[in-house]
Design a protein around this ligand. Structure first.
Ligand code: NAP
Length: 295
């Protein structure tokens, strides 16, 4: 039995946001540059409205310029692409975030491909994906980037560790695997067709769960002493009460087995927005050929 350490994503994200805010203030004082983040929200998806509002508020708190575009669900793909092209050209905009998912009829890949990769602060453009896998300095997707910062808060060296990533999405699983590989881990990526997940997970010194299945990873799947990053956010209905948010890992069962684990909520979630701010600041510096702050 070990005492399982809780990785406090909320506190670590607050620290990163404060550092971004200080670096933005220094950029303004030294070069008169105010980073600009443009958000594009299409349609009426309630969760997307909440996410975008929170991103705008965080950007303003960090001293950024927040540029907001809201379009109705009936907007054509051509009109949306035209807006993205205008934002690409806009000198006051350093980062463009098109909130996903997009309404039916709009091809998200076409929108991402149209973004200027230097302003693609979500890190989804094929050029940024290629740069990540080839070890070049592009923009890295926010959730995996935040997950790596959480890992490093408890594991100063990752070299040689065995890492298992559950999930192979382009926004979490695959970029997470690339980052772990770049940090010299031995990485396995698992998915819905993987055989004997429990045995595979039990090999992992680092277990990253990003599958979107409430508490699917049981305590018995976790190697004693492992570090667990739970990316999943799942809403579980509770009769007569408000729905509960849980991760992909059975958190209570992991206690006493994992050396460290991120809680849900207040684990990976807060890091995603903090890393979005970090990426916007980095994009603002790179576009102008200025030294990047070390964040
Ligand atoms: P996604 O696109 O739905 O991908 C899920 C992945 O999990 C897929 O690769 C899928 O395999 C795999 N999978 C699904 N069921 C499985 C099973 N029973 N056994 C093994 N693998 C299984 O999801 P995502 O966008 O990566 O998100 C994953 C989770 O992270 C969700 O809960 C989401 O809400 C959460 N999330 C959180 C944040 C944050 O800020 N904290 C950000 C993004 C996502 P196949 O490829 O074979 O289908």
């Amino acid at each position: 039995m070990v005492e399982t350490r809780v990785i406090d994503g909320k506190a670590i994200a607050a620290g990163l946001r404060a550092k971004v805010g200080a670096a933005a203030a220094a950029l303004k004082a030294s070069h008169g540059v105010v980073p600009g983040l443009a958000t594009v929200l299409v349609g009426e998806d309630p969760a997307s409205h909440v996410y975008v509002r929170s991103k705008q508020k965080s950007a303003q708190e960090a001293g950024f310029r927040s540029i907001e575009h809201r379009l109705g669900a009936e907007v054509s793909e051509a009109d949306l692409l035209a807006l993205v092209r205008r934002l690409n050209e806009d000198a006051e905009v350093d980062g463009v975030l098109v909130q996903l998912p997009l309404p039916r009829g709009i091809d998200a890949r076409a929108v991402i491909d149209t973004l200027d990769p230097r302003k693609d602060v979500d890190g989804f453009h094929a050029r940024n994906v290629g740069q990540l896998w080839s070890g070049e300095a592009g923009l890295v997707p926010c959730t995996p980037l935040g997950s790596m910062l959480l890992l490093r808060s408890v594991l100063p060296s990752l070299a040689g560790l065995e890492a298992v990533v559950l999930g192979r999405s382009t926004i979490v699983g695959k970029p997470m695997a690339a980052l772990l590989l770049a940090a010299d881990c031995t990485v396995t990526v698992a998915h819905s067709k993987t055989r004997d997940l429990p045995a595979l997970c039990r090999r992992a010194d680092i277990l990253v769960a990003a599958i979107g299945r409430a508490e699917m990873v049981r305590g018995s799947w976790i190697k004693p002493g492992a570090t667990v990053i739970d990316v999943g956010i799942n809403r579980v209905e509770v009769p007569g009460a408000k729905p509960r948010l849980v991760g992909d890992v059975a958190y209570a069962e992991a206690q006493g087995i994992a050396a460290a684990i991120t809680p849900v909520p207040c684990g990976v979630g807060p890091m995603t927005i903090a890393c979005l701010l970090r990426n916007t600041l980095v994009a603002a510096c790179r576009r102008r050929g200025l030294a990047e702050p070390n964040l």
